[in-house]
Design a protein around this ligand. Structure first.
Ligand code: NAD
Ligand code: ZN
Length: 291
């Protein structure tokens, strides 16, 4: 069902009452056409139409990683930095597989549509995402306008950590066994102390994530927001879940701060505060309706 189907199914059948009422899609289009600043917020659902998993629920995670089902390990249990010291081949099996997946993925057409809309904004745009997959950068968004709140899998750090440096993972190639999902190739090490290095991303039960790249991005985002006095701001949120609502709370905070318009695109968790716009569909479908 599209957002407009839902709208019509909830609206009285008398055509004279419908007359003059705008559908959610029309309202979203109008808001975007009138906006001069755009914030795009995105969670794992944004990548689903590019063929990337969102790891929703235990079963969802285990469908993608059957060996972890056998071990009884959930996403939260595997995404724990302790594996880099206790069982580095298990840790790099999971993260190496994801690194390869994200490197090989092509961002779906919705990214291009959003980029075009973003580039038209008089006061510019910003992307805020909990995804660590680098898909916005790959789609051509300006890296200086992206805030990756949980870091990026395309960067590495020491797992101790013995120093603060963060370095590129571009030279890293990890082979992963398709049978047990363990890494079979040479593992990356910290150039300073020699322990296994790890992706520069926020994991669960975390204490060692070097967040300064993300912190710099956050302060640049805040500076940009601070320059936006009396602007017409639209926030387009795609595929952000409620289980870990970090992106959703940023969406709400920014929308409220600027008295802006929220367009929430999500096939399942699409509830919005009164007066805001929900498009209850997938990211590609919802974004395609906006222009
Ligand atoms: N690609 C990635 O980088 C990636 C992937 C999985 C998990 N994670 C991490 O795990 C956590 C997961 O939280 P989350 O809220 O991002 O994900 P989540 O899995 O909790 O929620 C995903 C949301 O996307 C929606 N969705 C499903 N299919 C969609 C589609 N086709 N189009 C649009 N939306 C769709 C779901 O209804 C849900 O609300 C985050 O902290 C994130 O850092 C990252
Ligand atoms: Zn080190």
């Amino acid at each position: 069902m599209t957002s407009d189907d839902l709208f019509h199914s909830l609206t009285p059948r008398n055509p004279s009452i419908l007359k003059g009422m705008k559908t959610p899609t029309e309202m979203a289009r109008d808001a975007l056409a009138q906006a001069d600043a755009l914030v795009i917020t995105a969670g794992a659902g944004m990548g689903v139409d590019s063929g990337l998993p969102d790891f929703r629920g235990r079963e969802g995670f285990w469908r993608h990683y059957p060996p972890f089902a056998k071990l009884g390990l959930s996403f939260e249990m595997v995404a724990d930095p302790r594996w880099f010291t206790e069982d580095p081949r298990l840790a790099w099996g999971f993260y190496g597989h994801r690194l390869n997946l994200y490197r090989n993925a092509t961002p779906h057409r919705g990214f291009q549509i959003l980029l075009k809309a973003a580039n038209r904004m008089q006061a510019g745009y910003y992307v805020v995402t909990s995804n660590v997959d680098g898909q916005f950068e790959k789609a051509g968004f300006d890296t200086s306008r992206i805030h990756e709140i949980h870091g990026s899998i395309h960067y590495l750090q020491c797992s101790t950590p013995c120093h603060q440096n963060i370095w590129s993972a571009d030279q890293l190639h990890i082979e992963v066994s398709s049978e047990d999902f363990r890494a079979t190739s040479t593992l990356p090490v910290c150039p300073r102390c020699g322990v296994t290095s790890r992706p520069n991303i926020l994991m669960f039960s975390e204490w060692a994530w070097m967040s300064h790249n993300s912190d710099h991005q956050q302060s640049a985002f805040r500076t940009w927001l601070g320059s936006l006095h009396a602007r017409r701001l639209v926030v387009i949120e795609c595929g952000a879940g409620t289980a870990i609502p970090s992106i959703r709370s940023i969406t709400c905070q920014v929308t409220r701060q600027f008295n802006g318009t929220l367009i929430r695109i999500n096939p399942r968790e699409y509830d919005v505060p009164p007066g805001q716009i929900a498009l209850p569909c997938g990211a590609l479908d919802g974004i395609s309706q906006l222009i």
